[in-house]
Design a protein around this ligand. Structure first.
Ligand code: PHE
Length: 465
C-alpha cells in the first residue's frame, strides 16, 4: 500500500478538518471570484446564467473535486506521485499527467503573484487616488509602463517592489510548512477577507444606482440557455473557480489524516466558494450601477467589466467619484490581495510538493528552491514592460486550454484506462458522511469527458481559425 512516509519523513498534515476546509476555501476563493464571475455571469445570460452554472457545479465541479480528493488522499502524494501510484498497473508514464498539472500550476503562480502585487500597489494608491482622472492611462503608461511588446524590456520599479514583497511572503509561508504556514495564513486571511468584502458589499448597496446594477446582473435572458457558449462559460468558470484539475486539491487532500471525511468538506468548500462568487457579483454590480448612474448611462453601456480592466481601470475610476472613495478602494484592493494570496500559496504548494517528493527534499528546501526559481522568472516576466502581454498569453493558455485538457485526460485515464472508479468511490465512502453513488462514476467518467472534450476541441479550433 502507498506509504505514509516521503523521503524518510512522516507526511505533513493539517491539524484537523477545519484547517483543511479553510485552506481549500482559501484556494478556491480567488481573483476569479471577484473579477471573473460577475462579468461572466452578466455577459452570459445574467440571472439565467445561474442555471448552467449550477448544473456545471453539480455535474462536473463537485464530482471532479471529489475525484481530486480521492486521488490525493488514497495515494497520499502530490499530483505526480498520486498519478504514478494510481497507474501502477500500466507503468510509470501516468506520472506525466501529474507533471502537466504541476506545469500549469507553475505558470499560474508566475502571473497570480503579479496581480497580487498590482493590488497591493493600488491599495496604497487608493489613499490619495494616485491614478488621477485617467486610470487607464495611468495603469499602462505610468504604473506598468507597457512598451512596444517584444521590443522594450526594462524593469519597472513600481511593480518590482510589491512583486518582491509578495514573493518573499509566499516563500516564507511555504517554507513554514502545511500546518504552520499554509493553514495558519488561511485561518487568519480568510475571515479577514470575508469581513472586508462584506463591508464593501454593504457600502456598495447604499450607493445611488446600486439597484440598477443588480437588475443588470440578475435580469435573466432565457434565450442564452440555448447558446452552447453560455454553457461552456459556465463549465469553465466552475473549473477555474473550484481550483480543480490543477493538482491543487490532490495535493491538499494528501495532507489529511488517513481516516478522513472527504465528501462532506468538499460540499462545504464548493458551496462556500459559490456563495462568495454570488456575493462578489452583488458587490461588483451594485458598484457598477453607481458608476453608470453617475454618468447618466445604462449599465449595458459600461466597458471593462472583467479582469484587469475591471479591477485596475473601472474600479479606480469609480473610487475617484465616490464619497469615501479611498476607504472603498482599500477594501476592494485589500480583498483582491487577500483572496489572491490564499490561492497563490495553493498553486505554489502543488509545485513545491511535487519537487519535494521527486527529489526527496525536505519540505523547506523544496519550498525555497521552487519559490526562488519562480520568483526570478516572475520578476523577469512581469516587472518589465512586457508584463501585460505576458499576463494575457499565460492566462489564455493555462486556463482555456491547459486545465481543460488536464481534466479530460485525468477523467479518461482514471475511469476508463485504469478502471479505478469503483475503488475510488469506495475510498470516498469509507469514512465520509455523504456517500456517493454509481452516479458519481458516471458523471466523472462519461459526462465530464464529453462536455470538457467538446469545450477543448471548440477552443483549439477557435485558436487555429
Ligand atoms: N480558484 C481561484 C479563483 O477563483 C483560481 C485559482 C485557480 C487559483 C488555480 C489558483 C489556482 O480565482
Amino acid at each position: 500500500t502507498p506509504t505514509q512516509v516521503t523521503a524518510g519523513r512522516p507526511r505533513e498534515q493539517w491539524t484537523g478538518q477545519v484547517g483543511f476546509i479553510l485552506a481549500a476555501i482559501g484556494s478556491a476563493v480567488g481573483l476569479g471570484n471577484i473579477w471573473r464571475f460577475p462579468g461572466v455571469a452578466y455577459e452570459n445570460g445574467g440571472g439565467a446564467f445561474l442555471i448552467p452554472y449550477l448544473v456545471a457545479l453539480l455535474t462536473a465541479g463537485i464530482p471532479i473535486l471529489f475525484l481530486d480528493y480521492a486521488l490525493g488522499h488514497r495515494f497520499r502524494g502530490a499530483a505526480p506521485t498520486a498519478f504514478r501510484r494510481v497507474g501502477r498497473a500500466v507503468g510509470r508514464w501516468t506520472e506525466s499527467l501529474g507533471w502537466f498539472q504541476v506545469a500549469i500550476a507553475f505558470v499560474i503562480g508566475l502571473y497570480y503573484t503579479a496581480v497580487i502585487a498590482w493590488a497591493l500597489s493600488y491599495f496604497v494608491f487608493s489613499f490619495d487616488l494616485r491614478w488621477g482622472d485617467d486610470p487607464a492611462g495611468f495603469l499602462t503608461g505610468e504604473y506598468l509602463r507597457v512598451g512596444e511588446p517584444g521590443i522594450s524590456f526594462e524593469f519597472v520599479p513600481n511593480v518590482l517592489i510589491p512583486l518582491a514583497i509578495v514573493w518573499i511572503a509566499a516563500i516564507v509561508v511555504l517554507a513554514a510548512g502545511v500546518a504552520k504556514g499554509l493553514q495558519r495564513v488561511n485561518v487568519i486571511f480568510l475571515p479577514l477577507l470575508v469581513v472586508a468584502f462584506l463591508i464593501l458589499v454593504v457600502r456598495a448597496l447604499f450607493l445611488d444606482g446600486a439597484a440598477e446594477g443588480l437588475n443588470a446582473l440578475f435580469t435573466p435572458d432565457w434565450a442564452a440557455l440555448g447558446d452552447p457558449n453560455v454553457w461552456i462559460a459556465a463549465y469553465s468558470q466552475i473549473f477555474f473557480s473550484l481550483s480543480i484539475a490543477f493538482g491543487i486539491m490532490i495535493t491538499y487532500a494528501s495532507y489529511r489524516r488517513r481516516r478522513a471525511n472527504l465528501t462532506a468538506p468538499g460540499l462545504v468548500v464548493a458551496f462556500a466558494n459559490s456563495s462568495f462568487e454570488i456575493l462578489a457579483g452583488i458587490g461588483v454590480f451594485a458598484t457598477l450601477g453607481f458608476f453608470a448612474f453617475q454618468q447618466g448611462i445604462a449599465v449595458a453601456d459600461l466597458e471593462g467589466l472583467t479582469g484587469v480592466g475591471l479591477s485596475f481601470i473601472t474600479f479606480p475610476a469609480i473610487v475617484s467619484q465616490m464619497p469615501g472613495g479611498p476607504l472603498f478602494g482599500c477594501l476592494f484592493f485589500g480583498s483582491l490581495a487577500l483572496a489572491g494570496f490564499t490561492s497563490l500559496i495553493s498553486v505554489l504548494q502543488v509545485v513545491s510538493a511535487a519537487i519535494q517528493e521527486k527529489f526527496r527534499l525536505s519540505p523547506r528546501a523544496a519550498a525555497i528552491g521552487v519559490g526562488v526559481v519562480s520568483a526570478v522568472l516572475s520578476v523577469l516576466l512581469f516587472s518589465t514592460t512586457t508584463g501585460l502581454l505576458a499576463l494575457d498569453v499565460t492566462d489564455q493558455w493555462a486556463n482555456n486550454i491547459g486545465i481543460v485538457a488536464s481534466a479530460v485526460i485525468m477523467t479518461i485515464l482514471v475511469i476508463w484506462v485504469l478502471r479505478r472508479g469503483p475503488e475510488l468511490r469506495y475510498h470516498l465512502n469509507a469514512v465520509s458522511t455523504f456517500k456517493v453513488g454509481r452516479l458519481w462514476v458516471a458523471l466523472v467518467g462519461v459526462l465530464a469527458p464529453v462536455v470538457l472534450g467538446y469545450m477543448l476541441i471548440s477552443r483549439i479550433v477557435a485558436l487555429i481559425v
